[in-house]
Design a protein. Structure first.
Lengths: 255, 471
């Protein structure tokens, strides 16, 4: 069974990196990705993040974020050049300008940023347990209810994805003897998605019931089973975060 | 301890637009320390009553309620569910509905954190309850990656960790294997808690556990001596379906055979050093026969089934049909798999749509066949599957595969949540066309009464355990 688990057990420094410092690094690097326009630095950062994903998990797993967004990347490649009509023509079919130098420049920038953000956010979620994300968000001042909503949403998504997978499997077994055309197969996606939505919607009241039954809403002070306990102290982790961000900052040369 | 007086409850029926009564002037008293088993045929209102006592209905499900319910003198109709966390614990029939967190440890810790316990106390309770239910090595595993039985054990471990005075349990023995059924029976019997267990059938493990017995009948609860209740229950469960005179026809003869199969299955939330593996040296099933596949919780029964019907890959070995190695597509076409949860297999607005779907290119034939099959499986063509009862959804799921005429059918925990009578009927109907049936069950009595042979999963191996005897 394909289980869409958010946290992926793996190896390496990222698993030991304190989630508060990791979250700070993620946000700072995301900002740099938006501000930076140095193409070589953008792709270098992407390569570093990909290698980190590869080291932390495995080759198949490290390609997963790319697989998820590949359709959107193709759409970008097809349509972004058409939105930049002025500038030096690079590709031309007859009288029609397919791509200009400026268009390719912007396309490269967009794709690199999109890939970078996707990989960094995915890597953060893969290497950080949901309870640790919750504790980090609380450390940054978010209320318990707020952090619970965020983490439950992240838990709910894979649970719905699991149901979708089961429904898709059931659908596959029912339609296996059909000599279906591609068009038919696309049409048949609709009932599968509908069934997944029905299962997802049905699960919402159950989740609410379970939360209340498990004491969410009580006015006593809440206990905490988990604590963040970074190796060698939190300050060291933040120092590492600052160094990583600093190196990236100079690499982007955004002054 | 629990006192219900003149309870009436009616669900909002969204199809009809009116309210459908489930209970009318129901009365029940459960004394401190009492162990009460309440039987009821599927859809008699067991889960609804369990949730009403737990203050979750009608808060989360629209309905009209009147009467009074008191737990430890607390008026359930006037309090919020979270006020009961340390006083009453509910175990639902489908454990998936109660899971909130991303590891077993955090699932158990969540209610303890809500109750404000300190870390030391939470750790003590988490460790001891995990150990009791033999889950200590799975503490960091995501519950989504566990089997149905393991999830049920997680809920039972959570119940023990909270240590409330009242345990309300809806089909708690479902999904558990023999070992854990006995453990649960022992825990209920030996505890000083007030325990109410709702069940849709009487199984051998209940013997000597309960001191009082009830039956939900005609929107009331009848409490009486065990023998009287069992007699009444027999009458009720026979009444809940119409028997079908089944004549077994062996229309075709096919054999599904597995040779030297090796399956490797990875859990993502824990390290890959020790992945789940399963081997099957020689497994076969032939047209017309019923074979049982049994094994402890988490042993890989569902994983094996998914591989048999071509949904998941295998590492080594072969699966063949009539001596020819089958591709995953051929397995998809020949081996049906009735998931434990019928909702995964049905997805259209009406029963007629569901039954006609596989013949959607020939509307005339579809209508004729849908009519015949609906009558055979006691279904109403106009019904909306999502609004139908659990038992009816199970019938619909089976009816869909009956139409598809798959030569091999795997049925996962059919006996869970339906009466024996209904389960026998579904299997009999599926055998009408000579299908070979593999039933996955934890209920040895049920397996014995149907299957001619059994396979057991032991120490990561699927092994044939011989014949049950003539059936």
């Amino acid at each position: 069974m394909v289980t869409t688990s958010l946290y992926i057990a793996g190896r390496g420094f990222l698993y030991k990196f304190d989630p508060r410092a990791k979250l700070f690094t993620l946000l700072a690097l995301t900002l740099l990705l938006f501000l930076g326009s140095n193409h070589a630095s953008l792709w270098l950062l992407n390569l570093a993040v990909f290698l980190l994903a590869l080291y932390s998990t495995n080759f198949k797993q490290s390609l997963q974020p790319l697989k998820t967004i590949i359709f959107l990347v193709i759409i970008m490649i097809l349509f972004v050049p058409l939105t930049y009509r002025d500038g030096t023509v690079v590709i031309k079919i007859g009288n029609f300008t397919v791509a200009t130098k400026e268009a390719l420049f912007n396309l490269n920038l967009l794709v690199a940023r999109f890939l970078g953000i996707t990989y960094m956010a995915t890597l953060f979620i893969w290497t950080t347990k949901m309870v640790d994300i919750q504790l980090a968000l609380r450390w940054y001042g978010l209320s318990y209810s707020g952090t619970l909503i965020v983490t439950l949403a992240f838990r709910f998504i894979p649970s719905v994805a699991d149901s979708f997978q089961m429904i898709q499997d059931a659908h596959l077994l029912r339609s296996a003897s059909d000599s279906t055309s591609s068009k038919r197969r696309i049409v048949d996606v609709v009932p599968t998605v509908t069934a997944a939505l029905v299962v997802a919607l049905k699960s919402i009241p159950y989740m609410a019931m379970s939360l209340e039954h498990r004491g969410f809403g009580r006015d006593n002070k809440r206990g905490s089973y988990r604590y963040l306990d970074p190796q060698f102290g939190l300050w060291l982790h933040f120092l590492i975060a600052v160094v990583v961000i600093g190196v990236a900052y100079f690499a982007f040369n955004i002054f | 301890m629990i006192e219900i007086s003149e309870l009436s409850f009616a669900f909002k029926d969204y199809q009809e637009g009116n309210y459908k009564p489930i209970f009318e002037n129901l009365n029940l008293k459960v004394a401190k320390g009492q162990k009460l088993l309440i039987l009821g045929v599927p859809d008699s209102g067991k889960s609804t009553l369990a949730r009403i006592i737990s203050a979750l209905i009608p808060r989360h499900v629209e309905g009209e309620i009147s009467g009074s319910i008191k737990v430890n003198s607390l008026d359930i109709l006037k309090i919020e569910a979270w006020e009961l966390t340390d006083k009453l614990t509910l175990v639902t029939q489908n454990p998936q509905e109660q899971l909130l967190m991303t590891s077993l440890v955090d699932e158990i810790a969540f209610p303890l954190e809500s109750l404000g316990f300190n870390q030391k106390e939470i750790e003590k309770r988490v460790v001891s309850s995990l150990k009791r239910w033999n889950l200590e090595e799975m503490g960091e595993v995501n519950p989504q990656e566990t089997s149905g039985g393991e999830r049920k054990r997680l809920l039972l471990a959570t119940t023990e960790a909270i240590d409330a005075d009242v345990w309300i349990m809806d089909e708690p023995f479902d999904d558990l294997d023999y070992k854990y059924k006995n453990l649960l029976a022992k825990r209920i019997k030996e505890s000083d808690k007030t325990v109410v267990v709702f069940a849709s059938r009487y199984i051998g493990e209940y013997k000597g556990v309960f001191d009082s017995f009830g039956l939900i009948k005609d929107k009331h609860i009848v409490v009486d001596q065990k023998d009287e209740i069992l007699k009444l229950y027999e009458q009720e469960s026979e009444r809940s379906f119409v028997t079908t005179d089944v004549k077994l026809q062996k229309l075709h003869s096919k054999t599904l055979r597995v040779k030297d199969l090796k399956i490797v299955h990875q859990r993502f939330s824990v390290k890959a050093d020790n992945p789940f593996t399963l081997n099957a040296k020689d497994f076969y099933v032939e047209s017309g026969e019923v074979v049982a596949l049994v094994g402890p919780n988490g042993s890989g029964k569902s994983t094996f089934s998914r591989v048999l019907c071509g949904l998941d890959p295998y590492l080594d070995g072969s699966i063949s049909i009539d001596g020819k190695v089958a591709t995953s597509k051929e397995l998809n076409r020949n081996v049906a798999y009735l998931f434990q949860n019928p909702d995964f297999g049905i997805f259209l607005p009406t029963v007629e749509d569901e039954l006609s779907w596989s013949m959607r290119h020939d509307k005339q034939k579809a209508k004729k066949v849908a009519n015949e099959v609906a009558s055979l499986f006691h279904l109403d063509l106009k019904d909306n599957p999502t609004m139908m009862s659990y038992g009816s959804r199970k019938h619909l799921q089976a009816a869909v595969y009956y139409i598809l005429e798959r030569p091999f059918v795997i049925i996962d925990e059919l006996d869970s949540g339906v009466t024996y009578a209904a389960a026998y009927e579904i299997i009999s109907l599926l055998r009408l066309r000579g299908a070979a049936i593999v039933i996955i069950t934890h209920d040895q009595e049920f397996a014995k009464s149907l299957a001619t042979r059994q396979y057991v999963i032991e120490n990561k191996e699927v092994i044939e355990k011989g014949e049950y005897g003539d059936n």
